[in-house]
Ligand binder design. Structure first.
Ligand SMILES: C[S@@+](CC[C@H](N)C(=O)[O-])C[C@H]1O[C@@H](n2cnc3c(N)ncnc32)[C@H](O)[C@@H]1O
Length: 391
C-alpha cells in the first residue's frame, strides 16, 4: 500500500472528520497511480485513514475510512446498509430515496439514487470509479434492483480523467423510470438532468403542497414538475410550469398525465428571467423559484446574488397581498444568510414585507455533516408577502 505523510501541523478540518486532503497539506507521498489507494499518516506516524489518490486534482486524497480495513465488497455493503437504514423513514408514501450522498455518507465521489426497483449511480471521481465492480456487486446483493443506470456527468468528470457515461450497467430498464414521491407519480428521466430527478426538494415540496389549496401556482425552473405536481396534489386549482428545457417539460407533461392532472397544467418553454420580465404574474397565488446553482466559485458570488435578487424582486412585486413566494437556492458557496439578504433586499426595493412561513433545507437522504461544510447547499423559504400598509 502506498503511503502519504501529512505536514507537521495537521489541519483541524482533517482531524475533525473532513475527508479531503489538499496537495499543500502533504509533506511527502510516494507517487501512487492515480485512482489507487494510499494510507495517510500524521507527521509523527499515526494512522489517519485510507483513501484514494489523484495527482490531477488539488484534492489529492479523499479518505474512504479512518480504520485499517480493506476497501472491498464487504466495506461497500456495510456503508450502503448503514446509509439505507438511516433513510427508511423517507420511504413512507414514497419509493424513491437517495441512498448515497457522496462525502456525507463517507463515500466521496459516489451518488446512488433509488427509484422504485431501479438504481441510478454516479461515479464522479477516478478513485471511486476504480471500485465500480465492487460497488455494483454490493448494490445488487443488497437491493436486488431490476436495473442499475450509470449517469456520470458534470464538469468535474474530465478534470478527474473520466468520461461522461449514460447507460444501463446492470439489468435493463425504461428511459423514464416510474416512481412515487409523497404519494405522487413521477418519472425519473435517464436522459434528463443529474440522476433524472431532484429528490432533494421532497420535503420542501410537500410542505408547499400543504399550503396550496385552491391556489394558482407558477413553478419557475420547474424541471419535470416536482413543485407544481405537489401543489396540485395539495389542492391547487392550476399550475403553470416554466423551464428552458423542452425535454424537462415533455416529461413534466407525462408526469401530469400519470396523475390525471394534465388539464390543470400549462407548460411554457422559456428563460425564466425573460418570462418574469415580459409577462404579468399578478394572477398567481404561489410563485415557486428554484433555479440551478448560480455560482461555483467566490469570484461569481456577486453575480449570483444579483440573479437571486432580480428573480425574487420580480416575483415579490407581482404577488398580491397574502400570497406565497416559495424560493430556493442550491448554490453551495452562498451561505443561507447571504442568500436571504438578497431576498430581503428584494422585499425592501419592492416596498413589501415577507413573513417566513417555512424554512426548509435538505432532507435526511441528502444529509449535512457538521465538519464537512460542502455537504450543505440547499436553502428554501416560503414567504407570505404583504404590502407594508396591509401588514
Ligand atoms: C434545480 S433544477 C429545478 C428542479 C425542480 N424545481 C425540481 O424540484 O425538480 C433547475 C431547472 O432550471 C432549468 N433552467 C436553467 N436555466 C433556466 C432559465 N434561465 N430559465 C428557465 N429554466 C432554466 C433547468 O432546465 C432545470 O430544469
Amino acid at each position: 500500500m502506498n503511503s502519504a505523510v501529512l505536514k507537521r501541523n495537521i489541519k483541524k478540518r482533517i482531524s475533525m472528520g473532513h475527508p479531503w486532503i489538499y496537495d499543500n497539506e502533504i509533506e511527502r507521498c510516494e507517487t501512487p497511480i492515480d485512482g489507487s489507494l494510499v494510507d495517510v499518516f500524521t507527521f509523527s506516524g499515526q494512522f489517519v485513514g485510507r483513501g484514494y489518490y489523484n495527482s490531477n486534482s488539488i484534492i489529492r486524497i479523499r479518505l474512504l475510512t479512518r480504520k485499517n480495513v480493506s476497501i472491498d465488497r464487504e466495506f461497500f455493503k456495510e456503508k450502503f446498509s448503514k446509509a439505507y437504514r438511516s433513510r427508511e423513514s423517507l420511504l413512507r408514501n414514497s419509493n424513491a430515496v437517495r441512498i448515497v450522498f457522496g462525502e456525507a455518507d463517507g463515500l466521496p465521489g459516489l451518488i446512488v439514487d433509488k427509484f422504485s426497483d431501479y438504481l441510478v449511480v454516479q461515479f464522479n471521481t477516478l478513485g471511486i470509479n476504480t471500485f465500480r465492480d465492487e460497488i455494483v456487486e454490493s448494490l445488487v446483493k443488497l437491493f436486488n434492483p431490476t436495473g442499475i443506470f450509470e449517469k456520470s456527468e458534470g464538469l468535474a468528470l474530465s478534470k478527474e480523467g473520466l468520461e461522461r457515461k449514460e447507460e444501463w450497467i446492470h439489468g435493463k430498464g425504461p428511459e423514464l423510470i416510474p416512481f412515487v414521491l409523497n404519494g405522487i407519480k413521477f418519472l425519473a428521466d435517464t436522459k434528463g438532468q443529474k440522476t433524472g430527478f431532484f429528490l432533494d426538494q421532497r420535503e420542501n415540496a410537500l410542505r408547499l403542497s400543504s399550503m396550496s389549496g385552491g391556489g394558482r401556482v407558477i413553478d419557475l425552473f420547474s424541471y419535470t414538475g416536482n413543485f407544481a405536481l405537489h401543489c396540485l396534489a395539495g389542492g391547487a386549482r392550476a399550475a403553470t410550469l416554466v423551464d428552458v428545457s423542452q425535454r424537462a417539460l415533455d416529461v413534466a407533461s407525462e408526469n401530469a398525465s400519470l396523475n390525471g392532472w394534465k388539464d390543470r397544467c400549462t407548460f411554457i418553454t422559456a428563460n425564466a428571467f425573460d418570462f418574469l420580465r415580459e409577462s404579468d404574474q399578478s394572477s398567481f397565488d404561489i410563485i415557486v423559484i428554484d433555479p440551478p446553482a448560480m455560482a461555483k466559485s467566490s469570484s461569481s458570488k456577486a453575480n449570483a446574488l444579483r440573479g437571486y435578487k432580480e428573480l425574487n424582486l420580480r416575483a415579490i412585486k407581482s404577488l398580491r397581498s397574502g400570497r406565497l413566494l416559495a424560493t430556493s437556492s442550491c448554490t453551495q458557496i452562498l451561505s443561507e444568510e447571504e442568500w436571504q439578504r438578497s431576498i430581503n433586499d428584494a422585499f425592501q426595493d419592492s416596498k413589501k414585507l415577507g413573513i417566513v412561513s417555512f424554512r426548509g433545507g435538505q432532507p435526511s437522504d441528502h444529509p449535512e455533516v457538521s465538519s464537512i461544510y460542502e455537504t450543505k447547499y440547499l436553502k428554501f423559504l416560503i414567504y407570505r408577502v404583504f404590502g407594508i400598509n396591509e401588514f
